[in-house]
Design a protein around this ligand. Structure first.
Ligand code: G3P
Ligand code: CA
Length: 264
């Protein structure tokens, strides 16, 4: 009898490791994703943009300066925009040393490298399309990466381990048309009056926790969507969000959230 692959159990509260577990390792690197997996996050969150040659890579800022040594390696390339560097150039950068010398040599990962790492774990992916207005066609490029792993999308969706999100809601509408089976999230606070309309095609509303009230959570649910709130790092704030009934919490410290959930 062939072995049946164990699927992770369905989740009650969605725990998300923000940019990996960015309190403990350099954000948006494979080592940060590994910490998120070890801390049992439901989803690992990351930010995708396109290199100059159109490859989906994972970095938060639209310039390379804050989280890599690009100014040392390419001193003449100001203002060091992500979109101005090829993958081959980006792969020459150190994306770990700024966080701690023990992380020297960590690279800016490609989306494909992250999928390859995370798909064999019990964690899933929530991928933020960061500044998609700078990268026409990025939605299809992301889909092409997901689809390049045979069976990945269906198997991840079966255990609710894949979603995308963006502050650019038009980009999410595009994504929902191109790959309707993958849940799409709207980052930010959708006005209550607009929730029903967005709920026709969107699956999540993911606001900053400072904007979340119990009434807002109820309104998102009434529109048929779930709510994940970011970036919640203190126990008291996590507890308050859970009391309001949010479906998920995005945090730099998945271990702290896990401990809290174990006590509730
Ligand atoms: O997942 C939500 C959060 O990542 C949005 O903010 O700036 O960290 O991408 P930011
Ligand atoms: Ca993000």
């Amino acid at each position: 009898t062939p072995a049946i692959a164990a699927q992770p159990e369905k989740v009650s509260v969605i725990t998300t490791a923000h940019r990996g577990a960015m309190a403990y390792a350099p954000e948006n690197t494979l080592v940060a994703f590994k910490v998120g997996i070890e801390q049992k996050a439901t989803w690992i969150e990351s930010d995708v943009q396109l290199s100059k040659d159109g490859v989906p890579i994972l970095i938060h800022d639209t310039t390379l300066t804050r989280t890599t040594n690009v100014e040392e390696v390419f001193p003449d390339r100001a203002p060091w925009k992500v979109a101005d560097f090829t993958l081959e150039e980006i792969k020459q950068l150190d994306a770990g040393s700024w966080f701690g010398e023990e992380f020297a040599g960590e690279q800016v990962p490609t989306l494909a490298e992250m999928v390859s790492q995370v798909r064999s774990s019990r964690s899933g992916i929530i991928m933020e399309l960061k500044a998609p207005e700078l990268y026409p066609g990025v939605e299809q490029e992301v889909i092409d990466v997901f689809d390049s792993f045979p069976g990945y999308v269906n198997s991840a969706l079966a255990s609710e381990r894949l979603a995308v999100q963006s502050f650019n809601w038009d980009s999410m509408a595009t994504y929902a048309e191109l790959q309707p089976e993958v849940p799409v999230g709207l980052l930010g606070t959708v006005p209550v009056a607009d929730l029903a309309a967005y709920g026709q095609w969107a699956d999540q509303v993911n606001p900053n926790f400072g904007a979340v009230t119990a009434d807002y959570v109820d309104a998102v649910h009434a529109a048929g969507m779930v709510i994940n709130t970011y970036t919640v790092n203190e126990v008291a704030d996590m507890a308050r969000m859970l009391d309001y009934g949010v479906d998920g919490i995005i945090t730099n410290r998945p271990d702290v959230l896990e401990d809290l959930l174990a006590q509730r």
